[in-house]
Every structure is written in C-alpha cells, then in structure tokens.
Design a protein around this ligand. Structure first.
Ligand SMILES: C[S@@+](CC[C@H](N)C(=O)[O-])C[C@H]1O[C@@H](n2cnc3c(N)ncnc32)[C@H](O)[C@@H]1O
Length: 280
C-alpha cells in the first residue's frame, strides 16, 4: 500500500511529464540507473507505445555487468507491462540468448538487423557490420505498416484492392525490411548528425522502428537514451519521448541536441522510489 506522500509525488510527476510532453514533446528525466527509471515508469502507469532499450554492450566500455542477461530480462519483462512494443539492441552474440527467453507478456515480433558497411575497425578476421535488435510486442499490439506505403499502394488500399499488406518483415521495396541498411555515423559520414556520443545510432534506423510501432502522437520511453536519437526522431515525426540516461554528460548532450532542459523532479522521484524500496 503506497503512502500518501508517494501517491501525491506520483500524481505530481505524472502531471509534470504530461505538461512537458504536451508543450515540447520531449521530457528528459534527471540521470538515473535504468532499473530505477523502470520502477518509476511502473509507478507512473503511463501507457507507453514503445520502449527503446539500447544498453551498453557489456564488453568493457560502459562497464561490465556480471548478471547482464538476468538484469536485462527483468528490464524487458517490466517494460512489457506498460508498453505495447519493446526494442532491445545489441551485437548478435549478446542478443542471441534472449531469443529463447522472451518474458511474458511479450512475444517475438521480429529479429531486426542494422547492417552497415563502413566499420573502420582494423582487426584481423571478421569485421563487424551488423547490430541486432529484437522487436517484442504484447498480444494485439498495433503495427503501422501502412505508413510505408507509396501513393499507388495507398490508392489500392483505399479501394480495398491491395493484395498484400506489407508487414514488418516484408520485402516490398517501400516497407522496412528486417535488415535495415544504414551507414555508421563515423568520420565524414553523417557529420551533421554526429553528437560525439560513442555509440550514437543513426536517426534513419530508429525512424523505421518508431514509425512501425508508435501511434500518432504516441509516447516512446528510452531509459538509456545516450545522445537523444529517440527524441530527435520523435520530434521529427510528431511522436513524444520520455528520455533518461545514467550519465550526466550524455543527458547534457541530449539537452543540447533537442533544445530541451531536464525536468527538475529529483525530489519527486526520490519520494516515489523511496516508497517502492520500503514496500519491496
Ligand atoms: C548504446 S548507448 C545508447 C545510444 C543511444 N541509442 C543513441 O543513439 O545515442 C547506451 C547508453 O546507456 C547509458 N548507460 C550505461 N549504463 C547505464 C545504466 N546503468 N543506466 C542507465 N543508462 C546507462 C550510457 O550512458 C549510454 O549513453
């Protein structure tokens, strides 16, 4: 049973976030560990269309977490209780063990691949040219493949004559394939888009994922938002975003990129999470 202070703090924070989403479309939370943001979202009970989970890769840079799989299975499971869709990113060897352990109520919608040809690595042997992304959804979650139809296909659809509605894994040229080809943001490639974040994803890659899964003006939650790529796509597409990152430096990077200030809500967050801790 929540205490009155936590109930009041939850209500107030929900309102602050809603006002910000209404006003600018982007709510940046103060820097927080991903498990804490997840607890916060559970407490807020805001319906989220899509959770974008793009963790550090557990390969040294960004730290090594011994129980990485169990830790992220728990985050994915909890995200599935308040979002329709969950995307989970990593290198294929990181993602592979998750496929057999997708937590209910989520189901696998698709294994997506981001393919790039311009990895500047000079290691001998196989040069990495792909990132993997699991697309998981709850039963009945809506997809928006019609957004990728060209004029001709839209016309046919209007007349009820479109024989194949392109799905997320369709190979019809105007829809996103499950392999998205887009260059790494490195060197002179995507120079204007580069923010200096060491593992920034290209907007064009996130654009496909979010257009396929987010309702008009729907909300995306990204708890490891890095340079704010999710926010940049949401702003361009009329979606809304709740962003957070564990790093103060990268939170500042998102603020600069998106022209938004982090919400000054640390007191409210403490009041909510203190209560969660006490009742755990
Ligand atoms: C792969 S990057 C995300 C990049 C982002 N998608 C972009 O396009 O800029 C992972 C992010 O997780 C953040 N991070 C690392 N450990 C974290 C933690 N325990 N809780 C929350 N964020 C964390 C890092 O600061 C980093 O920005």
């Amino acid at each position: 049973m929540s205490c009155p202070k936590a109930i009041a703090a939850t209500r107030e924070l929900r309102q602050v976030i809603q006002v910000e989403l209404e006003k600018s479309g982007i709510a940046i939370l103060p820097p927080m560990e991903v498990a804490r943001t997840t607890s916060l979202m559970e407490a807020l009970e805001m319906p989220i269309d899509t959770s974008m989970l793009d963790p550090w890769y557990n390969k040294g840079f960004g730290g090594i977490q011994a129980d990485y799989h169990d830790y992220f299975l728990s985050i994915i499971r909890r995200a599935g209780t308040f979002s329709q869709h969950v995307f989970f990113w990593g290198f294929p060897e990181i993602i592979a063990p998750f496929v057999e352990r997708i937590p209910e109520p989520l189901e696998l919608t698709s294994w997506l691949t981001w393919y790039y040809k311009n990895n500047p690595s000079v290691i001998r042997g196989w040069r990495s040219s792909q990132n993997a992304c699991l697309h998981m959804s709850i039963a009945g979650a809506k997809l928006y493949p019609e957004r990728f139809l060209n004029d001709k296909q839209l016309e046919l659809k209007g007349k009820g004559k479109l024989r194949y509605m392109p799905g997320p894994t369709s190979v019809i040229a105007t829809t996103p394939d499950d392999v998205i080809e887009e260059s790494l943001l490195v060197g002179f490639i995507g120079k204007k888009e580069q923010t200096g974040h060491p593992s920034q994803k290209p907007q064009k890659v996130y654009d496909q994922l979010l257009r396929m899964s987010v309702a008009d003006a729907g909300i995306v939650w990204d708890p490891m938002s890095g340079s704010g790529t999710t926010g940049a796509v949401c702003r361009d597409r009329g979606f809304r975003a709740i962003l957070c990152d564990g790093s103060d430096e990268f939170t500042a990077l998102s603020e600069k990129r998106l022209g938004a200030k982090r919400l000054e809500v640390s007191g409210l967050i403490e009041a909510i999470l203190d209560q969660e801790r006490a009742s755990a």
